[in-house]
Design a protein around this ligand. Structure first.
Ligand code: GNR
Ligand code: NI
Length: 167
């Protein structure tokens, strides 16, 4: 097990499109375990491989209160999306920034489990939000992309200031 360093917005590597996982092998399982450990340590509810600078389509999510229900999604694909919901989002790659984003209320996601078996999940509410947020990461998108240009420039300025203070 290992903690992986999480990239910080606006790192250009967050803009890369992740490639599908071709074969689920020991390295894939190790990466999923390390991503789970990294997500728990950072108190996040999800983590996409892109955030730890691995350009592969792999996502871990745990929205449970008890933090003991790790869900792993290999090659997740949004098959359908319905309705709308708006909630505050945050992101481990954009620390300290929270803002409202509109997402679909209910999604169907096709993916492979760690045994390579095709699965399909219908999700609503926070789980649906998290899946959309994580699949965005695999496509090189960050939640702030959904905000106005003005908000995006304010966020960049705030993060740059934070970086100067902590340097
Ligand atoms: O920990 C996280 N919380 C969160 C809250 C609302 C909407 C989305 C998220 S995902 C985020 C972890 C993260 O950055 N995943 O990429
Ligand atoms: Ni995120």
């Amino acid at each position: 097990m290992a903690l992986l360093p999480i990239l910080r917005f606006p790192d250009a590597r967050l803009r890369k499109t992740a490639r599908p996982v071709a074969e689920i092998d020991a390295a894939t399982r190790q990466l999923a375990a390390d991503m789970g450990e990294t997500m728990y340590e950072a108190s996040g509810i999800g983590l996409a491989a892109t955030q730890v600078d691995v350009q592969r389509r792999l996502v871990v999510i745990d929205i449970s209160e008890e933090r003991n229900h790790l869900r792993i999604f290999v090659n997740p694909q949004l098959r359908s999306a319905e309705g709308a919901q708006t909630g505050e989002e945050g992101c481990l790659t954009v620390p300290g920034i929270y803002d409202k984003v509109e997402r679909a209320e209910r999604v169907t996601v096709d993916y492979l489990d760690l045994d390579g078996k095709p699965q399909s999940l219908v999700a609503e509410g926070l789980l649906a939000v998290c899946l959309q947020h994580e699949i965005d990461h695999l496509d090189g998108k960050v939640f702030v992309d959904h905000l106005s240009q003005l908000k995006q420039s304010r966020i960049k300025a705030k993060l740059a200031k934070q970086a100067r203070v902590t340097a």
